[in-house]
Design a binder for this molecule. Structure first.
Ligand SMILES: O=C(O)CCC(=O)C(=O)O
Ligand SMILES: [Fe+2]
Length: 290
């Protein structure tokens, strides 16, 4: 069993309510985590635990989803979006669902933008730097259900609840229930360590476009979801709620470098990048969700 990853726990309260110097101190703590492990646990992040409990209680939704990215994932998902939200059940189909999702989405959106602001502050890019490339941003709020499954099915070669991957946007907020099974590669060596559930926290991780934009200063880290550490042969179901923050589709992601420093990546268009990575990750039949 891998030991737990050493991921810092940072209180976000001083960023939300503190004076300028306190905000900057929190931004520095986040950047310290993002530029090493690439992950941080935030606590006191402005979304009450009752709201999170409500969200997890709601997770009995229309199933969907079949990842096909070089392995087999055992999961199903629902996607909630700001624009083109085609798969959201109507009020008749599921009373109150859209309203609850929209309000949680707004809270995640605010938190995601604040996390990006921390990166901008810590890197001295100008506090509003990311506002310029997130004007029309359409993050995905995803409800994931990993069904109960036999351990021997999940532990076959190439199978997982979600196979090793990096996220491909700017950053991700990740809420998980208490089951466990998420592992991350904190030293970027292929050595996965558990990112244990911690009630009252949200995990934040850097994704590929922020790694590219910062020329590897911020780290996008491989992660996967495997069997939780239980002794049973039938594994319990698991729920998680990631919120993926993406830049505007027309944003050009060109690595920012200091004088004399070489760019490690080509410039990419964020919209094309998202389309490409989405297509790579999903069976063609699910393309309609995007
Ligand atoms: O369910 C989890 O904890 C991780 C989900 C994830 O990594 C993803 O959807 O990209
Ligand atoms: Fe992920």
């Amino acid at each position: 069993m891998p030991e737990a990853a050493d991921i810092a726990i940072v209180s976000f309260d001083n960023f939300i309510t503190g004076a300028d110097a306190e905000k900057r101190a929190v931004a520095k703590q986040l950047y310290e985590a993002f530029s090493t492990v690439g992950w941080v646990y935030l606590k006191d992040f402005g979304i009450p635990q009752e709201k999170l409990d409500e969200m997890f209680a709601l997770l009995s939704y229309t199933g969907d989803g079949d990842e096909a990215n070089g392995g087999i994932d055992h999961k199903e998902c629902y996607e909630h979006r700001r624009f083109k939200n085609l798969s959201c059940p109507t009020e008749d189909e599921l009373a109150g669902f859209r309203k609850t999702m929209d309000s949680f989405y707004t809270q995640c959106y605010t938190l995601g933008m604040n996390v990006l602001r921390c990166v901008a502050i810590a890197m001295e890019l100008g506090d509003d730097f990311f506002d310029q490339i997130t004007k029309q941003t359409d993050p995905q709020l995803r409800l994931i259900h990993y069904p109960t499954i036999e351990r021997k099915i999940l532990e076959q070669e190439g199978h997982a609840r979600i196979i090793p991957h990096t996220d491909f946007g700017l950053c991700t907020l990740l809420f998980q229930d208490s089951v466990g099974g998420l592992e991350v590669d904190p030293f970027h060596t292929g050595d996965f360590k558990a990112a244990l559930p911690a009630r009252g926290t949200v995990l934040i991780n850097i994704a590929d476009l922020l790694q590219r934009l910062t020329n590897d200063r911020c780290r996008s880290t491989m992660h996967h979801v495997v069997s939780p550490k239980v002794t049973r042969d039938i594994l319990p179901s698991r729920y998680s709620i990631p919120f993926f923050v993406h830049p505007d589709p027309d944003a050009m992601i060109d690595p920012m470098v200091k004088e004399g420093e070489a760019k490690k990546y080509e410039v990419v268009n964020a919209g094309e990048w998202r389309t490409y990575n989405t297509a790579r990750n999903y069976a063609a039949s699910l393309g309609a969700a995007w």
